[in-house]
Design a protein around this ligand. Structure first.
Ligand code: UDX
Ligand code: ADP
Length: 467
């Protein structure tokens, strides 16, 4: 089965970059990315690729190359589904905020809506590909909805989880460690798997394309994220021990990471992991385990989240205790708001929770992030519902200039590891701050000795404070 037309429902952080790369590598396939959000589609179609809604290094060039040739962004969802041989579902699956499973289970409302829409408008056979991260056995829900259309259309469902990390999405898509495709063992299911393998094998070596059954593929995605998040929580737990024992968490990471069984990646202590996947996927895993009565398994994975929440809280508490146990009315400068560098995504960013904690203590925050808009910062804080949005607006300012952000502050807190923070004129920052001037480096990216020589009091995550 040769795929000629692809439709991707959802033009977000996953759908946009993934489809752009497929379009680049397979110019003979027409790829249409659709979304209900008109502004988002308009931004993807902006003549200046610097304005596309997802910031990823290298993505603008790929969009510029393929857009209008075989890559299209549109709000005509029905038409694009109808024409396609293969439909990727790449819509949001946030944690439920209501009802059964609230705070843990994935909200599959949007997935179900997609399935119903596909069922309603399809007139030809299609391969449906789950791209969004989903709980195990979601494919059976999709199958159930799609097999009750009564119009004899054959739908094959595949699971093809995305492993790209934000900030390196293009690189990850162009040379992935592996591509995972799960499908039904029936001959039709295997033909669908082959059709997707053929697309990826245009640029991915075939030995890196793994095929499994649907359920293994769905579970592997949750497991991969749970393992990665667990590593971060594990090293963060050790960072707290380092701070009281004069061990240095970077040295510990290097020492354990040189054991080839452990490996060096994902051992960087931080103010806490964020992003749209880690917490959501672990909560999902916990919910599934509880649903099957596997309480020990659920408790085990839940601990990864508990540790992460603790890390964010203890960073905020460190700021408060250092500033003589009160931050009320004190200006604290935040460098970074994104959940990691090289992205404008702020979902579940540690910065949001640290800010919330400090705002509860009546601190005044000033925020600078190279890629995050002021509107996003306020939206993130308002979303928590901790206080009135007018209060957030009065306590938080967002500037476009890091020096302005730091001016007149008692402390600077680094929440995201943007490279540029290290190249700032820290003497100038120091000169314009209240004294004693504090730096709280939640990412361990600054040159501590240099800052100390200027006169800063420096706290770095995972290091014992000596001053
Ligand atoms: C993650 C997975 O890596 C990716 O495979 C999956 O498809 C989606 O979820 P992403 O959320 O984009 O990707 O970012 P990732 O690089 O994994 O970082 C997640 C969070 O962990 C960030 O907040 C990051 O700062 C933090 N982190 C990561 C650490 O604190 N220390 C580390 O050593 C690594
Ligand atoms: P991700 O990080 O998984 O890509 P995003 O939230 O960035 O998630 O993107 C998901 C996109 O899916 C959003 O832009 C949203 O508007 C879109 N979407 C959700 N449901 C539908 C639907 N039924 N039809 C079209 N687009 C949808």
């Amino acid at each position: 089965m040769k795929i000629k037309k692809i439709c991707c429902i959802g033009a977000g952080y996953v759908g946009g970059p993934t489809m752009a790369v497929i379009a680049k590598k397979c110019p003979e396939i027409q790829v249409t990315v659709v979304d209900l959000n008109k502004e988002r589609i308009a931004a993807w179609n902006d003549t200046d690729v610097n304005n596309i809604p997802v910031y990823e290094p290298g993505l603008g060039d790929i969009v510029a190359e393929a857009r209008g040739r075989n890559l299209f962004f549109s709000t005509q969802v029905d038409e694009a589904i109808q024409e396609a041989d293969m439909v990727f579902i790449s819509v949001n699956t946030p944690t439920k905020t209501y009802g059964e499973g609230k705070g843990q289970a994935a909200d599959l409302k949007w997935i179900e809506l997609c399935a119903r829409q596909i069922a309603r408008v399809s007139t030809t056979d299609k391969i449906i590909v789950e791209k969004s991260t989903l709980p195990v056995r979601t494919a059976s829900t999709l199958k159930d909805i799609l097999s009750h259309t009564g119009n004899n259309i054959n739908f094959q469902i595949l699971s093809n989880p995305e492993f790209l990390a934000e900030g390196t999405a293009v690189e990850d898509l162009l040379s992935p460690d592996r591509v995972l495709i799960g499908g039904d063992p029936s001959p039709k299911g295997q033909a669908a798997v082959e059709a997707l393998v053929e697309i990826y094998s245009t640029w991915v070596p075939t030995e890196r394309i793994l095929t499994t059954n649907l359920w293994s593929s769905e579970l592997s995605k949750l497991t991969a994220n749970a393992f990665l998040a667990q590593r971060v929580s594990s090293i963060n737990a050790i960072s707290e021990i380092c701070e009281v024992t004069e061990a240095d968490v970077n040295e510990v990471s290097r020492a354990i990471g040189s054991d080839s069984r452990v490996g060096p990646k994902f051992l960087k202590a931080s103010v806490g992991f964020g992003g749209s996947c880690f917490q959501k996927d672990i909560l999902n895993l916990v919910y599934i385990a509880r649903t099957y009565g596997l309480n020990e398994v659920a408790n085990y994975w839940e601990q990864v989240i508990i540790m992460n929440d603790h890390q964010k809280r203890r960073f905020a508490k460190k700021v408060i205790s250092s500033l003589y146990n009160t931050v009320s009315g004190k200006k604290i400068a935040f460098l970074g708001w994104a959940f990691k560098k090289d992205t404008n995504d702020t979902r579940e960013s540690a910065a949001i929770y640290v800010a919330d904690h400090l705002l509860n203590e009546n601190a005044e925050l000033s925020v600078f992030d190279p890629k995050v808009t002021a509107q996003q910062v306020y939206t993130d804080l308002d979303y928590l519902g901790t206080r009135e949005s007018t209060k957030n607006a009065s306590l938080v300012t967002v500037t476009k200039d890091p020096y302005e952000t730091c001016k007149g502050s008692h402390a600077v807190a680094v929440l995201t590891e943007w490279d540029e923070f290290n190249s700032y004129d820290w003497q100038k920052i120091y000169d314009n701050m209240l004294k004693p001037a504090y730096v709280f480096d939640g990412r361990d990216i600054l040159e501590t000795e240099k800052l100390k020589a200027i006169g800063f009091r420096v706290y770095t995550i995972g290091k014992t404070q000596t001053q």
